[in-house]
Design a binder for this molecule. Structure first.
Ligand code: SF4
Length: 237
């Protein structure tokens, strides 16, 4: 099954893009207190996705409710995380960001990289402060893992972020059935060729979690044999 942006746009309810809100987190925005807005829908169908309800579900929360929520938490929160699902496929994202930035919050976007033109526009308008970019795999495995043909979009988004001044991170979720140590080495080599100079975060897949696809247990990720030159690699729980 290949999912594309047109398909999502047709299904989207523009008035209620958000599936749920995590009111407070210290883990999702580096060095900031934040809340997380979970946007419904996604243009990928990653086998290991932990959020089937959000990806397959419809939005439930009106943006006005988000604004009211944020007004009450102005003194408690530094930032707002746009996550999902995939927030960049929502047509209202620019307007949402404008309003949230006007309120004085920093904004982080979690993205699968499928919407380079949206990211470019948001960067040009200085509407985002930090980006976490998912790196699913190199081109060879991308379709099998994500059920999409969006590798070139991811590649373009990485180029845009690399050329920008914005702080961003690249991260990968590793399931041993989907990515071998050799694959991870190839991904690291790819990032080095791209001259990515941030930290590359590797997240071990958490077993016994509900996912979009059927997967057996993932074996523990071993990275001692990976050769690193210029990029710092960090394991993240
Ligand atoms: S893991 Fe894949 S399917 Fe799930 S939200 Fe992220 S990009 Fe979408």
């Amino acid at each position: 099954m290949n999912i594309n942006n047109d398909y999502i746009s047709q299904k989207e309810d523009h008035t209620k893009a958000i599936y749920s809100i995590t009111p407070f987190t210290l883990l999702d925005y580096p060095n900031k207190t934040a809340c997380v807005l979970w946007f419904a829908g996604c243009n990928m169908r990653c086998v290991y996705c932990y959020n089937p309800d959000i990806v397959l579900g419809r939005g439930k929360i009106d943006f006005n409710e988000v604004i009211l929520f944020l007004q009450k938490r102005k003194l408690l929160l530094d930032g707002v995380v746009f996550s999902g699902g995939e927030c960049t496929i929502h047509k209202g994202i620019e307007l949402y960001l404008e309003k949230i930035k006007q309120m004085g919050f920093a904004v982080k976007i979690d993205t699968n990289g499928s919407s380079p033109s949206v990211i470019k526009k948001l960067l040009n308008r200085r509407l985002i402060d930090y980006v976490a970019l998912d790196f699913k795999s190199t081109k060879n495995n991308f379709a099998a893992i994500t059920n999409s043909k969006l590798f070139n979009n991811f590649n373009e988004t990485l180029d845009i972020l690399n050329a920008s001044q914005i702080p961003f991170e690249v991260r990968s979720t590793i399931h041993s059935e989907l990515l071998s140590t050799e694959d991870i080495q190839l991904m690291l080599n790819f990032l080095e060729r791209k001259k990515y100079n941030g930290t590359y975060y590797l997240q071990q897949f958490v077993n016994d979690t509900e996912t979009l696809g059927n997967l057996s247990s993932s074996k523990k990720l071993l990275i001692q044999n990976i050769k690193v030159r210029n990029i710092k690699v960090e394991l993240r729980d």
